[in-house]
Design a protein around this ligand. Structure first.
Ligand SMILES: C[S@@+](CC[C@H](N)C(=O)[O-])C[C@H]1O[C@@H](n2cnc3c(N)ncnc32)[C@H](O)[C@@H]1O
Length: 291
């Protein structure tokens, strides 16, 4: 049976994988990653044995340089495509909003499904009150990447000038029809405001295969989310490029290895340069603008 686009039941199950990324980022020097993970550990426990099993896999994983590079490369690209308005879709437990809004001249809007957004608001409030942080320019809104109205409503915080739109770790869970729906929504937002879409959610088969080789991750993510990522992946970069070009974007491509001099997790995990290079050689970030 075909999965219904916008069926929230499925997406809410992606939540625990956000926990995994938050853990891996806590092995790096990314600002607030450690604080967020600490709060998370107090607040959220795995709901069942599949969840507990997944967390165990993540704790023994050696993939952390990948999310660290992804996070840092996106930051570099946000710097290079400077706007003072950022929309992060499916922001989950990412510390980017909390960190970037230290600069009060910037507006940062995060969107995620209601349960995740509620958890994130609580976590941000606790960290902010403990460390006396003022974040009047950070907004955490309920929204669905597949629902343009919810994104437009979150974007009401912005002035009518260019925005940067970011999402990381969302589209691997979406089938091709759903990826296209997200791309069309982003296109509509960029038509309205101008700006760029910066995303590593290109989901190349080689990257997924390598992750799975490293550990038996796919089976666990599948049990947890009911989603087989392999079916959602592109055979190669050319195919991915064509997909987004056909949806009205022009593409600038960046490899994860651009961020390799900035990484701190490899040392913590005792990885050799060769092992790190293997992790970073295939994944890419696309910076996309409307044609
Ligand atoms: C693997 S997590 C990544 C989170 C975050 N970007 C990060 O790097 O930590 C995937 C996130 O996508 C969110 N999500 C899943 N489906 C969504 C949808 N349709 N709209 C918005 N967010 C969604 C989940 O709630 C979760 O926070």
């Amino acid at each position: 049976m075909r999965e219904k686009i916008g069926s929230k039941e499925n997406y809410e199950k992606i939540g625990p994988t956000a926990w995994g990324v938050a853990y891996m980022r806590s092995l790096s020097d990314i600002k607030y990653a450690g604080e967020i993970f600490k709060e998370l550990e107090i607040k959220i426990k795995p709901a069942d044995s599949a969840g507990a099993d997944y967390l165990e896999t993540i704790r023994s994983s050696r993939l952390a340089p990948q999310p660290e590079a992804r996070f840092k490369l996106i930051n570099n690209l946000l710097q290079g495509n400077k706007t003072d308005q950022i929309l992060e879709i499916a922001a989950g437990l990412s510390p980017r909003g909390l960190s970037m809004t230290e600069d009060h001249s910037l507006k940062y809007v995060e969107v995620d499904l209601p349960e995740m957004a509620r958890n994130k608001r609580q976590i941000v409030e606790r960290i902010s009150s403990r460390a006396n942080l003022e974040r009047p320019n950070l907004y955490i809104e309920d929204g669905d990447a597949l629902d343009l109205d919810s994104l437009l409503s979150a974007a009401e915080h912005f002035e009518k000038r260019p925005i940067s739109i970011v999402n990381e770790g969302l589209m691997r869970y979406l089938n091709f029809e759903q990826k296209a729906a997200v791309a069309r929504n982003v296109h509509a937002l960029l038509e309205k405001f101008g700006g760029a879409w910066i995303t590593p959610d290109i989901t190349l088969k080689r990257v997924i295969d390598h992750e799975q080789e490293s550990e038996d991750n796919r089976k666990k993510v599948m049990v947890l989310s009911g989603i087989d990522i392999e079916n959602n992946s592109f055979n190669n970069e050319k195919e991915a490029k064509l997909f987004f070009e056909n949806l009205g974007f022009k593409i600038e491509r960046h490899g994860f290895s651009e961020a390799s001099p900035q990484l701190t997790s490899p040392r913590k995990l005792g990885l050799t340069p060769g092992e790190v290079q293997k992790l970073l050689q295939d994944p890419v970030v696309f910076v996309m603008r409307i044609k």
